[in-house]
Design a protein around this ligand. Structure first.
Ligand code: BG6
Length: 484
């Protein structure tokens, strides 16, 4: 990262789960690959617990390398850990943030910042309830010293609010302190390789241009499944549920990239303008196009109330009321404690008119983009069954990343996104108006769920979710194909 001067990365909530599992490992990988130079970077952890630098390093060490690569990376690991300093303090204390500022300033002086700029990146790996006091403290005590040049940026995580009103309130509070170009709202799905591939696929391939619309596409399905429950996170999860945890952010962001019009250019603002238009074209969700589920055993978690109606599974159909998509159901489906761990996008094409082969029951053309695990894209086609008879069979054109790009390691979403924040590229971050439009879509439904007006149907752990969800898909015109 090539600006001169010092770069301070401050992880607030340094001893929490997110920081340990995602933020520090991503920083370490960037360091290991040479994107963070020890000549300019210092990393600060800030949290309430009174621990030493060494204790923080011990807490995170185990998350940075696994047994397989421990020895190959041990040299880099010890250099990286040396860059980390810890400051403890409450999230609303002047005194704590003054000490943090002092620590950052000392680092800047040691890197001869007077010859360059002072760049300060604050990563809020914290619950949203403390975003307002923390941003106030950062603004008051820790922003970069302007006479040195450089910048101050803040990175915020989801859940960014609980509904439209709370999200807007949070946006105004933070917006009063920082300018939009300083605020990076992370949605880590936007950092995934095959999500980033979506615009290339759509707009750099002539093949797809004439097909990508209501004339040819019967339905679009965006699916997320996990084969484990809310273990250890029941308290958090019960307050939010699967729609706020996965659908309103991750899956909706993916939907935008599938459905948006071609941006004027690749400039972040042009791309985000088109995403906002898609979100604003979504019409209100009807209760009969929603199926909620809750896995059996979810309420055994002592932090979950016995009468919780919080969905751990949801299928919702969104309808985009514009020229390209009118009448095409966008099925968003997410579930915990399901039969497999998988996320994919499935674009199902309409039947061929005048089916002279009488092969339509074998399945339609379907283009599948598997986001994880094992990134892949495949197209289901009907071909002649090899042999003397004129019979048809459904087959696949298959692009599996592991086979095609052997030896290329696919970066972790957080690595890419943190690098973008340092480089000042907001393309893969959610803009304030985008966030508002996303909450507008789901807030009425979420309020009905919170009031218990839409009920979660129990489903077995390790299953496909409630059978009602498959019936809803069928009604929406999704044709189930073999093996899925
Ligand atoms: C997080 C959710 O945003 O995404 C988790 O809070 C979920 O509940 C996780 O497990 C899934 O991310 P990934 O990258 O493993 O699909």
């Amino acid at each position: 990262v090539s600006e001169t001067g010092s770069l301070s990365i401050i992880v607030l909530g340094a001893s929490g789960d997110l920081a340990k599992k995602k933020t520090f490992p991503a920083l370490f990988n960037l360091f290991h690959q040479g994107f963070l130079s020890p000549d300019e970077v210092h990393i600060f952890g800030y949290a309430r617990s009174k621990i030493t630098d060494e204790e923080l390093r011990d807490k995170i060490r185990g998350y940075l390398v696994d047994e397989k690569n421990a020895s190959a990376k041990s040299d880099a690991l010890s250099k990286f850990l040396k860059l980390i300093k810890y400051v403890s303090g409450p999230y609303d204390s002047e005194e704590g943030f003054k000490r943090l500022d002092k620590a950052i300033s000392e680092h800047e002086i040691s890197k001869k910042t007077s010859e360059g700029s002072s760049r300060r990146l604050f990563y809020l790996a914290l619950p949203p309830s403390v975003y307002p006091p923390v941003s106030k403290m950062i603004k008051a005590w820790c922003t970069n010293k302007s006479d040195l040049g450089g910048w101050t940026r803040i990175v915020v995580e989801k859940p960014f609010g609980k509904d439209l009103e709370s999200a807007e309130q949070l946006s105004s509070q933070i917006g009063a302190l920082f300018e939009e170009p300083q605020i990076y709202r992370i949605d880590h799905y936007l950092g995934k390789e095959l999500v980033q591939n979506m615009l290339v696929l759509r707009f750099a391939n002539r093949l797809f241009l004439p097909l990508w619309n209501r004339d040819n596409i019967a339905n679009v399905q965006i699916v997320f499944r996990e084969d484990f429950g809310t273990e250890g996170r029941g308290g958090y999860f019960d307050e939010y549920g699967i729609i706020r945890d996965i659908i309103q952010n991750h899956l909706l962001q993916v939907l935008c990239l599938v459905a948006m019009e071609k941006p004027i250019s690749l400039k972040p603002e042009h791309i985000r303008d088109e995403k906002v238009k898609v979100l604003q074209s979504v019409i209100p969700i009807k209760d009969e196009e929603v199926v909620l589920g809750q896995y059996e055993g979810y309420r055994d978690d002592p932090t979950v109330p016995n009468d919780s109606n919080t969905p751990t599974f949801a299928t919702t159909i969104l309808r985009i009321d514009n020229e390209r998509w009118e009448g095409v159901p966008f099925i968003l489906k997410a579930g915990k404690a399901m039969s497999s761990k998988k996320a994919d996008i499935r674009i199902q094409f309409k039947d061929v008119p005048g089916d002279i082969f009488k092969c339509q029951n074998q399945g339609r053309n379907e283009f599948v983009i598997r986001l994880q695990p094992s990134e892949a894209m495949y197209m289901k086609l009907t071909v002649k069954q090899p042999g003397l008879e004129m019979q048809t069979v459904q087959s696949e054109l298959d692009l599996s990343y592991m086979q095609r790009y052997q030896g290329v390691s696919i970066p972790e979403a957080y690595e890419r996104l943190i690098l973008d924040t340092i480089r000042g590229d907001q393309q893969h971050f959610v803009r304030r108006d985008e966030l508002k439009a996303a909450w507008e879509i789901f807030t009425p439904l979420l309020h009905r769920i919170d009031k218990g007006e839409v009920k979660s149907i129990p489903y077995k752990q390790g299953s496909r979710g409630p059978a009602e969800a498959d019936q809803l898909l069928k009604k929406a015109g999704y044709m189930q194909t073999h093996g899925y």
